[in-house]
Design a protein around this ligand. Structure first.
Ligand SMILES: Cc1cc2nc3c(=O)[nH]c(=O)nc-3n(C[C@H](O)[C@H](O)[C@H](O)COP(=O)(O)O)c2cc1C
Ligand code: SF4
Length: 518
């Protein structure tokens, strides 16, 4: 059997040099006259070990990482094709602590399989969920998804089954499934990893959603900054169509479902579901007033399910193993697993899928290993640019929608960005306001005008001009934005601003000039 070498084609790994490593491996194989198959797999998500190269040996897969092109010659000298020892040797990938401690349901195949091999997908449990779904009634599928407790992973945490039921119960000549792959939150990359590393799971999830709700057409709206994900998804859709997974008779059943990939417009607000629909319709992405809900009147005025990539990619395992299996993981009303994305100033950045319920401290200190700089962690922003900053005092908060809301925070798309003690939280608050001012769609006044005024107030505070007055002003302004904005861009910008102010008040009272000079 010819040796198999796995070198990730995932854009995170490519950014860390995977392409140069692949080139060096090819050159070395040619020079030594060795025949081998190179598979461009996705990443397993341990980015501190990327580029992580794996070889399939008689005793299973053996990993090496992080591999530099200059390591390649010595890897061959050490007999890495049969798992030989080398300074980059990591052993069996499943035993690497960062990976071994995870509960991989949604990401079970990511980094393991060849992303564009449908045979590989099926050999690892792929299409089992869809096979079960085509034999069920739409309402039974919706019931299964509802009972699993799955909630939207895009940010709002809305129960997926209830959304699907609304579309199922709305009659129309045409319905749509729209996958939100805009992934605009800072420090997030789960959607990208799935699309690049296991695209068929998303196709399978969307097809199940179509069958469950009576929708026959789907669109995947992918942000323009993800060219690799766009390319992989386009190829995967084509392969799925040729194999009869998509088309007029899904897996030979009477159900029909097909989909297209669309590239986003490059605005953060286009991730908001109604702005996304406008963008998909070819208009400028601007938030629509609700009602009507997209489930009643969505894309081109037709009933539409809009779900995040991870929500849809979690459906196949639910349909394969059952609602009870999935629901068994998690805590409270947060059921199943969540792919936590650990980023920023952290020693072990990467994607960590686990059941809901780990504390923030466990994630940052135990899994993430603390700050990469070795300095104390000062704050963690959870949930993207609209998420609150959590101080160490709140590190006992469990990763759970309700527990985070109780601490004036949100889980969002489960991205966490770590800051060490050199971070200036006044600057971070200003950044949040400025981000809102730049990304505002302009439809409502509290967000459009409020964010610009917010930047001005925080600038005056930084200059120490009447600080108490500025703090009162920014607090008042945040209340207006929170309660008066049409969507969460304006409505949630107060979370990072006020959490920074409340948890790190010292940063908002700059040292008087005279004192600083002493
Ligand atoms: C400003 C803004 C940006 C958003 N960006 C995204 C995004 O990039 N991806 C996403 O899935 N949801 C995003 N959302 C949430 C969506 O509006 C919507 O709730 C989600 O797509 C629904 O899918 P889910 O129920 O599967 O989470 C955003 C919301 C707002 C207000
Ligand atoms: S809150 Fe901001 S982004 Fe949302 S509708 Fe209003 S102006 Fe547009």
């Amino acid at each position: 059997m010819i040796p198999r070498i796995y070198i990730p084609g995932d854009s995170g790994a490519l950014a860390l040099g995977a392409e140069r490593v692949a080139k060096a491996v090819r050159a070395e194989l040619a020079e030594r006259g060795i025949e081998a198959k190179i598979v461009r797999n996705g990443s397993r998500g341990a980015y501190f070990l990327e580029p992580m190269v794996e070889v399939a040996t008689a005793n299973g897969r053996v990993a090496y990482g992080p591999v530099k092109p200059s390591d390649v010659k010595s890897l061959f000298d050490c007999g890495f094709l049969t798992g030989g020892h080398h300074k980059r040797w990591l052993g069996a990938p499943d035993k690497i602590p960062f990976l071994a401690r995870q509960t991989r349901l949604t990401f079970a195949r990511c980094g393991v399989t060849d992303p564009l091999s449908l045979d590989h997908y099926k050999a690892h449990g792929g299409l089992n969920g869809l096979q079960n779904a085509v034999a069920m009634t739409p309402s039974d599928i919706v019931k299964q998804v509802t009972e699993s407790g799955l909630r939207g992973r895009g940010g709002a945490g809305f129960p997926t089954g209830i959304k699907w039921k609304t579309v199922l119960d709305t009659s129309a000549d045409r319905k749509y499934i729209v996958c939100n792959a805009d992934e605009g939150d800072s420090g997030t990359f789960a959607d990208r990893m799935i699309m690049e590393g296991d695209p068929f799971v998303l196709i399978e999830g969307m097809t199940i959603a179509g069958i469950a709700t009576g929708a026959t057409k789907g669109f995947i709206y992918i942000r323009s900054e993800y060219p690799h994900a766009v390319a992989v998804m386009q190829k995967a859709v084509e392969i799925a169509r040729r194999a009869g997974v998509l088309g007029v008779n899904v897996l030979g059943s009477p159900n029909s479902f097909d989909m297209e990939v669309r590239v986003g417009a490059g605005a953060y607000v286009c991730g908001e579901e109604t702005a996304l629909l406008d963008s998909l319709e070819g208009k400028r992405g601007q938030v629509r007033a609700k009602p009507p809900l997209p489930a009643h009147k969505g894309l081109f005025g037709k009933p539409t399910v809009i779900n995040n990539v991870i929500s849809l990619a979690s459906v196949p395992v639910i349909m394969d193993k059952g609602a009870a299996f999935y629901k068994d993981f998690g805590m409270g009303r947060s059921r199943g697993t969540i792919p936590i994305q650990i980023a920023g100033n952290v020693k072990y950045p990467g994607l960590y899928e686990a059941a809901f319920g780990m504390t923030l401290g466990e994630i940052v200190d135990d899994i993430g290993g603390g700050a990469a700089t070795g300095r104390p962690v000062k704050a963690v922003q959870v949930g993207g640019p609209l998420g609150a900053y959590f101080p160490r005092a709140l590190f006992d908060t469990p990763f759970d929608y309700e527990a985070f809301a109780a601490k004036d925070g949100l889980i969002g798309h489960a991205g966490i960005v770590v800051f060490d003690d050199s971070a200036d939280m006044l600057k971070q608050a200003r950044f949040a306001m400025e981000f809102c001012a730049i990304e505002s769609c302009g439809k409502c006044t509290p967000c459009r005008i409020g964010s610009t005024r917010g930047v001005e107030v925080l600038d005056r505070l930084a200059e120490n001009i009447e600080p108490e007055k500025q703090i009162a002003l920014v607090t008042d302004l945040c209340n207006t934005m929170k309660f008066g904005s049409l969507c969460a861009l304006g409505g949630f910008t107060p979370y990072p601003v006020m959490s920074a102010l409340n948890h790190f008040p010292d940063d908002f009272r700059p040292t008087p000039v005279a004192e600083a000079a002493e």
